[in-house]
Design a protein around this ligand. Structure first.
Ligand code: SF4
Length: 468
């Protein structure tokens, strides 16, 4: 960037920095500097052409379906992780109609491992919404796009900019970081006041109408450029300011505060929760086990006979043809953590490890279930093993062989979950007398576990256990 083009800005910056860094941003916007902001867009666009990313699978298209899908996947997830998921998703659901017509179960199966599963549920709902209410076409502006399930202001703006060239600002996580540093914005970047301030900056930084007329791809380039800057130059740690097109007038760079901005958000202590996950396994005669084919999973055509595992109360005589190892999976409720995914039965321990009450996951047995005795002794005095034995009794599991496995911790955005897995081996799978009409419990053959969408930590636990 030639110095003369930013000279006034530079002088203003130095002047303001000497006066006060605290009020810098406000001074910045009250001064002629605002008139120079279009230069920011030009610099970002020029840099993007030369140094930006151009070959990601969702680029070089103006198809709103692909752009929308990538934007949703990229929320909270790194590009390197998203690429494989995006390609597999597009292979299976090549357009919005195919996604809308799929079952939520199949969508979750293809999403499993990406985390933040509400995104997958919204994705499915949004596809159905677009087909039902918009004739299969995404609305062509940010305002209407925001009315769709799971699409927030920044995602709507990105789709509108990439696909329709709309002059509308974006403010995703990476872009927030770039603006916090470039404009020297202080305060918790997740707070309402700071977010509002950043949106103001984002609006001022958007390419001018004249620029978009002169360069029809300006909005797409600028939007992509900001994302690329945040991902490749203005990284969370040790930003590469020497390669950044904004380094001549970036407040953080000029004041040596690239490590201090954005300021860390005020974090409250993350609560700790604990749960016992039960890897209930058994051997099941071949005749009781059917096959589930890949194409059946989640299509709604399987009529609930996934793995033909419904032994329920219908005991079929075992045939002398060998047995297979099976593991019991339980589907989580649609709402809440890991909603709609397959997981393991749990004995939950409320609160932290010193909590005094225990909740038991019911397997909805057909027989009248003995109510588990909820004790008020502390977890220290009532061991996990006794909790599980109590759980087994309440679910009519006879003489289980129990084995404690290595505990681990999984962190969600708002709490840590301590997971204590236990192997519960039972001789006869048919002893577990759950209701055959219950679609949320399945005995699953180990060679068919991959057909069930499970959250990443559970999948890893189950797969390792299956190999034992
Ligand atoms: S100069 Fe450095 S801190 Fe400023 S926007 Fe560029 S990479 Fe980020």
């Amino acid at each position: 960037m030639p110095f003369q083009r930013v000279g006034l800005l530079h002088v203003t910056l130095v002047f303001n920095l000497r006066c006060s860094t605290q009020s810098f941003t406000h001074r910045l916007l009250n001064l002629p500097v605002a008139k120079l902001l279009p230069l920011l867009a030009e610099r970002v666009i020029t840099w993007q052409r030369q140094f930006g990313r151009h070959d990601l699978p969702w680029q070089n298209t103006q198809d709103p379906y692909r752009v929308w899908l990538s934007e949703i996947m990229l929320q909270q997830t790194q590009v390197a992780t998203v690429i494989g998921y995006f390609n597999r998703f597009i292979d299976r659901f090549p357009n919005v109609e195919s996604l809308a017509n799929a079952s939520l179960e199949e969508v979750l199966l293809h999403w499993a491992g990406l985390g933040y599963y509400a995104r997958a549920r919204h994705l499915h709902a949004c596809a159905q919404h677009v087909v039902a209410l918009w004739g299969g076409q995404f609305p062509p502006n940010a305002e209407s796009l925001q009315t769709l399930p799971g699409i927030g202001p920044s995602t709507a703006a990105a789709i509108a900019a990439f696909c329709f060239g709309e002059r509308t600002p974006i403010l995703d996580g990476n872009v927030k970081r770039v603006y916090c540093r470039y404009f020297g914005v202080e305060g918790d970047p997740t707070s309402r006041a700071v977010v509002q301030q950043l949106w103001q900056h984002a609006k001022l930084a958007t390419p001018s109408l004249a620029l978009t007329i002169e360069q029809p791809d300006a909005m797409a380039r600028f939007t992509q450029g900001l994302m690329d800057l945040g991902a490749t130059c203005c990284t969370r740690r040790q930003p590469s300011c020497n390669r950044c097109p904004l380094n001549s007038d970036c407040v953080a760079q000029l004041t040596s505060r690239t490590n201090d901005l954005p300021q860390p958000r005020s974090r409250q202590a993350i609560p700790e929760r604990s749960t016992i996950m039960l890897l209930i396994s058994s051997q099941m005669p071949d005749l009781l086990l059917g096959n589930i084919h890949d194409e059946e999973m989640g299509t709604g055509k399987s009529t609930g006979k996934i793995g033909a595992t419904k032994v329920g109360s219908q005991k079929v005589a075992a045939q002398p043809r060998g047995t297979q190892k099976v593991i019991l999976l339980q589907k989580r409720p649609e709402k809440g953590i890991w909603g709609g995914l397959w997981s393991l039965p749990e004995c939950q321990i409320d609160g932290d490890m010193s909590a005094t009450t225990h909740q038991f996951t019911s397997l909805s047995t057909k027989r009248k279930t003995e109510k588990p005795r909820v004790t008020h002794t502390s977890i220290q005095t009532q061991t996990s093993e006794s909790i599980i034995r109590q759980w087994c009794i309440s679910n009519h599991i006879q003489k289980p062989t129990l084995l404690s496995m290595a505990a681990f911790r999984h962190t969600f955005t708002h709490f840590h979950l301590h997971i204590q897995p236990w192997s519960v081996q039972i001789d006869d799978a048919t002893d577990l007398d759950f209701d055959a009409s219950n679609e949320t419990i399945r005995w699953v053959r180990v060679d068919q576990l991959h057909l069930f969408g499970m959250p990443a930590p559970v999948k890893s636990l189950v797969m390792n256990f299956a190999m034992l």
